[in-house]
Design a protein around this ligand. Sequence first.
Ligand SMILES: Cc1ncc(COP(=O)(O)O)c(C=O)c1O
Length: 351
Amino acid sequence: MVYQRDAVEALPAYVQGKSIPNAVKLSSNENPYPPLDSVVEVVRERAASISLYPDMSAHDVVERIAARWQVRPSEIAVGAGSVEVAAQLITASAGSGDEVMFAWRSFEAYPILVQVAGATPVPVPLTADDRHDLEAMLAAITDRTRLVFVCTPNNPTGAIVTRDEMERFLERVPSSVLVVIDEAYAHFDDAEDSVDGLDFFRRCDNVVVLHTFSKAYGLAGLRIGYAIAPERIAANLRRVAVPFGVSALAQAAAIASLDAEDELQERIDVIRAERARVLAGLRDRGWQVFDSLGNFVWLRTGASTTEVDGILRENGVVARAFAGDGIRVTIGSPEMNDRFLAALDGVPASV
Ligand SMILES: Cc1ncc(COP(=O)(O)O)c(C=O)c1O
């Protein structure tokens, strides 16, 4: 038989949120809005050039991102979605025998990417209120720890890490360990005491911030995300990146989206207001849900997860269920959210 790495054959497949005809898809934390006209226009214009390779250095979008955050272009590394940049970070930092830590439950790609790299995943359980347990994470650091992901707001629980918590954490993390603050959902986070990854990036040599255009900017289908990283690390991310991984369309759409941030902010505001309405609707129905600062809510359904997920599906709502644990439901349009809440009418709250 042809040789394949055991570590790869043992991997669980990444589960994509499913689509079912006539059902509302609230399973992938996508933006419920169509792309902005100005963005579609740019993509249309660029479509004529898809017979050519994109600019591998992504020069224009890197310059634009750098200007947006007032950092140097050499501190930006792009990838085909921030998930690819997360993979680059792991490849650049950890190999066989090295440890990569993350809270659990968190973004389900982390353990998969770590195993693909041949490194050892170190999941550290969340606190009882579904937050990062940074004390436990500190205690779990060994001399083989190379990288720690901190996802805030956390996918799927929606909990944030506060500025003070991060301050205390970074004071004690060894300077040889890279701390990646994954801010995929930061645009939806309006808590006053939330960590601002960029602030820590400016102050610490071992902090990287991960951003995506997939969520608030609504470009999930085009695949572009980026790291803001110290120069040496950003250069290494470019070394390990898949060549030409970010299409010219994605690069152009990202620039157009940064040019349209005001318009996008209006949509973000609506999603935040809807999130508050959905959380209130859940509490009215007897569900004990923690505040979520992402564009999703988290139902702690535990042992009833599969049953509740089945009821949602019967009622035309596709969410992301993690058997035995909980169900993450993306905040959609007001109509989609109504459908979700209505689906729970008459369902006994699991917790
Ligand atoms: C926490 C987190 N980070 C990163 C990503 C990756 O997003 P993308 O690769 O589309 O940029 C996701 C997507 O769901 C996510 O939830």
